[in-house]
Write a new protein. Sequence first.
Length: 426
Amino acid sequence: MINNIQVRSKWGIFFAILICSTSLYGQAEYEGVWELESERGKKIKLFLFHASGEIKGYFNSGDIGRTKLDSINISENTLSWVGYLSGNYRVYAEFKRHYETLTGNLNIQGHKEFFQGKRILNEIDDRPWHSEPKWSPVKLELLFASDQFGNRDIMLYKNGQIKNLSNHSANDEGAIWSQDGKRIAFISDRTGTPQIYIMNSDGSGLIKLTSEELNYSSLQWSNSGEKILFLSQKGIHLIDLDGLNKRKIINSKQSYSPRFSHDDRKIVFTDFVDKTYNIYLFEIETEEVLNISNSIFPDFNGQFSPQNSEELIWVSRRDGNPEVYKLNLKDDKLHRLTNNLNRDNNPRWSPNAKMIAWVSRIKSNAEIYYMKQDGSEATNLSKHISEDVSPSWSFDSSKIAFISDRNGVPNVNIVDLITKQVKGLE
């Protein structure tokens, strides 16, 4: 049986689960932080540590983001693992160790790439790590996940104070607000397997919503507050708040990033069909599925405007490198919003739909940018050599929270769009 444990990532995006039936032989030779680079210049960092008689760990790449590992195997000079990104992308790796050097292949969905690199740290920093910042839709209150208390908890930042909302010895993550800001849905393994829970915004009134053993992720509350959308290794699902009427609406193990339209009548998602990723719409009433990006190049991470159900943004590689695009469903016109040599990803509408924030990666450095919704006035907000990721807008569109490791470990930072000042949580 796979047991969930808390781990830390330098890039601040996440937690990972691991577990393995590995021999203790040679484990100490692999502990620490390894920095690996492919022949094409792609970089990943591998974090390994010893706990409870096992070697545990996780890795992160700016291209593919959070990865959950499910097994590690170690021999005297060989390291291998199997994992899943967002519950869907299967990741295989096998490396050979020669003293302080690792060489080998990383295989993601059948695409194999050779990496090599060295150990850069022998120990992992034990300070608290943050991830998953989410502003309330109605007030200046911020949710984030933290391991400050020895396991992953849902934290609330309010009026300069941090409160542990979930406050449990289990691992709690993936928190999202209801649109009225009164409730919070999240994922917890407090009963032994990950399940979806709902609580009030002050941490009271806990309700267990699910019981099936699935790899839950990508929670989203409907704008009406009546349903929750989620992803599993079996596809995309909808469930009512009483735990009833759960149904799988997209039967695809390759689908991910589902999101409601403003009127809750459609769901946009990414799916892998005919050897590429495209953006699809699901009509809830008719159950019709429509490919709206229709590209031979990968399109992914679609999101509806928070003010209407006609405009969407997503990321596409149709012009070479990943760029942000916008589509208007009324006239079916696609507009390219970013135009640079960077790798642009994770676009997020501001609540007033006048601006868009995104992560722009220049070589190995990720920065938080924002621009007007027409693509003009692009501005670097984070301006740091650290890894700055996971932007989240405040309800009044005046601030953006993000994760940065500028102080040595991934923590929540907030940038004010008026002053452009960046501050950590006090």
